[in-house]
Design a protein around this ligand. Structure first.
Ligand code: AHR
Length: 362
């Protein structure tokens, strides 16, 4: 749809003289990468799609590693449905960066109108984004950020460092309220190099350093339940009796860590010996907060698609969307763990986990 016009607008916006490369392929390839899984591939098959009724979109998703990811995928598939006027080509890249680059290139070949990328890692993007730019295809980045290129139209997502800072400031206030003076913590990190991992580690460790907490270890649990369990099993052996806080960088890792601690006879949560912190706050995570197992859960909003649609509508109307769109997020706990804390002087509000709150979550 209006690809050539958008190409011109893009070029003007980004001040890049690249119209020579704006020719669109009418290749009807719907082929994706060998490694990646195409769970839905309904991309239009010729250039007529560009001027037809449906807006064609290619979405290179990280994978299917977590409840959060499932919610993110569903959000995109719901919003970018045929019923809503879209033709979505979806590629699950299975946490494989090479497969993700290949998926983006396949979208360029398909000459889609827009490309959505949730970047597995934050670097290594400039070349392929230049190829998108040369093809006149606007790229919208969601969730994780790209650090080594600004050749995308907009990014929609969460502030991972703020999430980490929130978890750290909450722990400081909660520990004080319980008279806990010494913090020895273990981190089960998300996939190394993902901006979600980098930001959460940076934010939490900043508060830890400022308060003299002792970081015993950080290992990559890959944002999966299996990863969380196996890292926690090894932590239980190596740091037996030495830790009183475990920070899991997503809910699925926390579920795995819970299994490992159950098996090792370690108690955790609001009534246990170990404070268990998690991120994402998906339905299953909040259920564990309600069960007093996860002490506090720091949300990462997966519902970017409606905001992405706004970006696309702005572009379709010839406007210039915001370069960065931050989504709202909440910090969750039960009443016993709802403490007052601030981030950089700004007072934070905690949300109490109730049945209604769980019901309304994704
Ligand atoms: O990038 C967002 C993170 O990736 C979420 O915290 C996690 O669940 C997902 O896999």
């Amino acid at each position: 749809m209006k690809k050539k016009l958008l190409g011109v607008l893009l070029a003007a916006t980004m001040a890049v003289g690249m119209l020579a490369g704006c020719g669109s392929s009418s290749d009807s390839s719907s082929e994706t990468t060998d490694d990646a899984t195409t769970t839905e591939d309904t991309a239009s098959t010729d250039d007529s799609a560009s001027s037809g009724d449906l807006i064609t979109i290619g979405f290179a998703q990280v994978g299917h590693e977590s409840d959060w990811r499932t919610a993110s995928t569903k959000s995109c598939q719901d919003v970018f449905s045929e019923e809503n006027g879209y033709d979505l080509s979806f590629v699950d890249c299975d946490n494989d960066s090479a497969a993700q680059l290949e998926a983006v290139r396949s979208f360029i070949e398909q000459d889609v109108d827009y490309i959505i990328i949730d970047p597995i890692v934050s670097t290594g993007w400039d070349t392929v984004l230049t190829e998108c730019e040369d093809a006149g295809i606007p790229v919208i980045v969601i969730d994780r950020t790209i650090e080594d290129s600004d050749k995308y139209t907009s990014w929609v997502g969460s502030n991972f460092k703020t999430e980490g800072l929130a978890a750290g400031e909450w722990l400081k206030a909660y520990a004080e309220s319980k008279g806990i003076s010494e913090i020895n913590y273990l981190t089960i990190a998300g996939s190394t190099g993902a901006s979600a991992q980098i930001g959460r580690t940076e934010g939490f460790d900043e508060i830890a350093e400022a308060n003299g907490w002792n970081k015993l270890d950080e290992q990559d649990g890959d944002f999966t339940e299996d990863g969380g369990q196996s890292i926690m099993e090894s932590y239980c052996k190596s740091y037996e009796g030495k830790f009183n806080v475990v920070v899991c960088q997503n809910d699925n890792e926390a579920f795995g860590a819970m299994t490992a601690m159950d098996n090792a006879g370690i108690t955790y949560g609001l009534d246990g010996d170990v404070i268990l912190i998690s991120f994402d706050a998906c339905t299953a995570g909040l259920e564990q907060v309600a069960a007093r197992k996860i002490s506090a859960d720091f949300e990462c909003n997966p519902l970017a698609a409606p905001f992405v649609e706004e970006v696309i509508k702005t572009l379709e109307e010839g406007g210039t969307p915001e370069k960065e769109v931050y989504m709202e997020e909440h910090w969750f706990a039960l009443t016993d763990a709802m403490v007052d804390f601030s981030i950089d002087g700004e007072a934070q509000t905690m949300t109490e986990v109730t049945d209604e709150v769980i019901e309304a979550q994704y």
